[in-house]
Design a protein around this ligand. Structure first.
Ligand code: SAH
Length: 471
């Protein structure tokens, strides 16, 4: 280890910043945020620095660097962009045994300023010892995405309760378990949900109990349509924290690969011979059983859990069982398929509304309001429609939608094998059949679908007539 990491208390301590440009300005501002007294030495200042000087928030020494500028300083930062001046600052600081950072110049520096992730009072500092600042920044971005902003308030709360926690749990092992519970359990969840008063109540109550039993919970998480890049940061965090993941068949392997290594993964899709309600009842029982055993359960569903995902029923079951839960939305298939096929779902002239419709209807026309669906100037996005294309196209046309209405049928949306087929509604079943389109596929019907051949940008485009078979 070439550099020894330190967190310095600069409150009310003088720091010299040499330079008056944009870099010096950033440094001065960061130092002010840490409570330092800042002296800026430079012939000229940026307007922001001049503003700070005029407000009396920084002291300004005009002119070229002189060693006397260091009088009274605890640290020095050289940010002039002129190597000669920077070297002079570094040299003068060394002579006085002051630590000096020369921006982007590890050779001249006796300390480095790390990249930080600020969840004050928690601060993560990353350094590449000054040799690969870009790498350090990228690492910072990764870490930034892993911890949400409730971590700061959680650390502050833990700090305020530190003495009480110690008194309630004098035994070190018990105290550790309590802190684990604090970081992973309901208090953290309530802070994430922006409910600080309830979080504090939960903490008070836990301290009144001897030792809290591990409390399980369920996160109902939308996994999106397949491309792992479409996961939300919250979904990623939930996957990182899960003890067990109960997922549907539709969830892609790439998404599952992002989960914590030792999280148990269980596919809970429909079993052969099992009806949908039996599957659902089995899933409810599993969710409740694992949560009651104190585990952090992620219920991972394709797309969004509240769009044709029976997420509402699962929450009701959890609520009845008294299991704590949260919901993380996902990118639903209609949004993802439209985006990845270049089809805007609404359009100023051609579509003032969009409907998400299930084609998986029990008694064909009894379930759907065909006259309403057949009206012009709206976009329809049909889920679960691959086996019903004949019926869908016939019913829409019978109820008055023009046979020329364009459609786009997106197979494996956002996944490596994505194919988009487009054409007029009247030819939908024949074209889909000719190209052998299979589930999962999403059907978009409406004038906007005509844009797919022009605007598509991902995967394969199959247009109009089926390709003639190669001779
Ligand atoms: N909750 C899911 C939908 C579940 S219903 C969501 O919000 O997306 C399953 C149907 O979704 C499939 O039959 C198909 O119509 C659609 N679907 C899901 N993922 C898809 C994908 N990657 N490409 C195309 N259609 C998809």
């Amino acid at each position: 280890m070439k550099l020894f990491p330190l967190f310095t208390d600069l409150h009310d301590r003088l720091v010299l910043v040499v330079g008056g440009g944009a870099v010096a300005e950033r440094k001065a501002q960061a130092l002010l945020e840490a409570g330092a007294r800042v002296r800026v030495g430079a012939p000229e200042l940026t307007s922001a620095l001049a503003g700070l000087r005029n407000q009396g928030r920084v002291e300004h020494l005009a002119g070229r660097f002189e060693p006397a500028w260091l009088d009274g300083a605890w640290l020095a930062v050289a940010a002039t962009g002129d190597r000669e001046v920077n070297a002079a600052v570094s040299e003068a600081a060394r002579a006085r045994r002051l630590f000096c950072n020369v921006v982007d110049d590890p050779e001249l520096s006796s300390f480095q300023v790390p990249s930080i992730v600020d969840r004050s009072p928690l601060i993560v500092a990353i350094s590449s010892s000054g040799v690969a600042p870009v790498l350090a920044r990228r690492l910072r971005e990764r870490i930034e995405s892993l911890f949400d902003h409730s971590l700061g308030p959680l650390a502050a709360l833990a700090a305020r309760y530190r003495a009480r926690i110690r008194a309630a749990h004098p035994d070190l092992g018990a105290r550790r378990r309590f802190y684990d519970w604090l970081m992973d359990g309901p208090v953290a969840a309530l802070l994430r949900q922006q409910r600080p008063a309830q979080a504090e109540t939960a903490l008070d109550q836990a301290l009144a109990r001897p030792e809290p039993a591990p409390e399980g919970s369920v996160a109902l998480v939308g996994a999106g349509p397949g491309d792992p890049g479409l996961l939300t940061l919250k979904a990623l965090r939930a996957l990182n924290e899960a003890d067990i993941i109960l997922h549907d068949r539709l969830v892609s392997d790439e998404v599952l690969a992002l989960a914590r290594r030792d999280a148990e993964r269980v596919s809970v899709g429909k079993r052969p011979g099992e009806d949908h309600n039996a599957t659902q009842a089995r899933i409810h029982a599993l969710l409740i059983e694992h949560a009651r055993a104190g585990r952090r359960v992620v219920r991972l569903k394709g797309g969004d859990a509240f769009i044709f995902g029976r997420g509402g029923e699962e929450l009701q079951a959890l609520r009845e069982a008294g299991v704590r839960y949260e919901v993380v939305p996902g990118v639903t298939a209609a949004l993802a398929c439209a985006a990845y096929a270049g089809v805007p779902l609404t359009h100023r002239e051609h579509a003032q509304s969009v409907s998400l419709v299930t084609a998986h209807c029990r008694d064909d026309d009894n379930d759907l309001d065909w006259p309403a669906l057949a009206r012009a100037k709206q976009t329809l996005a049909f889920y679960m429609g691959v086996s019903q294309l004949e019926l869908l196209s016939a019913r829409l046309i019978a109820h008055g939608r023009s046979p020329r209405t364009p459609f786009a049928l997106i197979e494996n949306g956002s996944r490596p094998g994505q194919r988009v087929l487009s054409g007029p509604l009247e030819r939908l079943p024949a074209l889909a059949d000719a190209h052998g389109i299979r589930a999962p596929a999403l059907l978009i019907v409406g004038e906007v679908a005509a844009l797919a051949p022009d605007l598509h940008w991902y995967g394969q485009m199959l247009e109009g007539a089926p390709q003639p078979a190669a001779a």
